[in-house]
Design a binder for this molecule. Structure first.
Ligand code: ADP
Length: 214
């Protein structure tokens, strides 16, 4: 069982006197006990595009197949870990950075981690990807036209933003950079939630990341 600790990132800490502790167990060992390949599923898209709804359905389906998962929802993280952050560009960048670091820790725990957050900028999504191995990061674009998000407005936020009550609102007064080449492209204006969640599991299976029957 004693797989050694995995190779870890070489990023230097702020304080140069800190040395990394050598751990006996690593990601592979922890994941092997769970019988799965750890993975980050990173869902990006406009507010109201359907990230949380699809992420929730995907996690439920994975759980039913016997996978060990965790769902990091951007809104929920803002109640705790990210409660000090606003929606300025610099705070959005920090929001994504922290979420990506937490996702990496959970990846090291051997989990399939679903991250559901607007993450509007390509550069930060790229940095999140670079924190982990190339085959461990799957970007999912929850693609919903802005007009449809405004029509759905599940949290009433677009109405308030359009009335000028919410500054820095993605898609209106703050920019959103869609992914150029997401691994999975989810068109919510064409398919329902269950079909999209099945699309995700199907693509993960096709990539060899999961097996449907375990
Ligand atoms: P986000 O997490 O991206 O802000 P939410 O998941 O909170 O978005 O809200 C999306 C809303 O759109 C929900 O009310 C959901 O029921 C609705 N919706 C309608 N059709 C779809 C679809 N095909 N996929 C995902 N969500 C959909």
């Amino acid at each position: 069982m004693a797989l050694r600790g995995d190779v870890v990132s070489q990023q230097t800490p702020g304080d140069m006197n800190i040395r990394r502790a050598a751990l006996t167990l690593g990601k592979r060992a922890r994941a092997e006990l769970k019988g799965q390949k750890p993975l980050i599923l990173w869902m990006t898209g406009l507010s109201g595009s359907g990230k949380s709804t699809i992420a929730d359905r995907v996690e439920d389906k994975l759980w039913r197949c016997g996978y060990h998962t965790m769902l990091l929802d951007g809104d929920n993280l803002r109640f705790g870990l990210n409660r000090d952050l606003t929606f300025t560009d610099s705070d959005r960048i920090e929001n994504v950075r922290r979420t990506a670091e937490v996702a990496r820790l959970m990846l090291d725990a051997g989990l399939i981690v679903i991250c559901s957050l607007i993450s509007p900028f390509r550069r930060e999504r790229m940095l999140a990807r670079q924190l982990v191995g190339e085959d461990e990061f799957v970007e999912l674009f929850v693609d919903t036209p802005l007009d449809e998000c405004i029509r759905r407005d599940p949290k009433g936020l677009y109405a308030r933003a359009l009335a000028g009550e919410i500054p820095n609102f993605t898609g209106l007064t703050s920019s959103y950079e869609p992914p150029d080449a997401p691994e999975i492209h989810l068109r919510t204006d064409r398919h329902d939630v269950d079909t999209l969640a099945e699309q995700v599991l199907g693509e993960l299976q096709r990539r060899g990341a999961i097996a449907r029957s375990r």
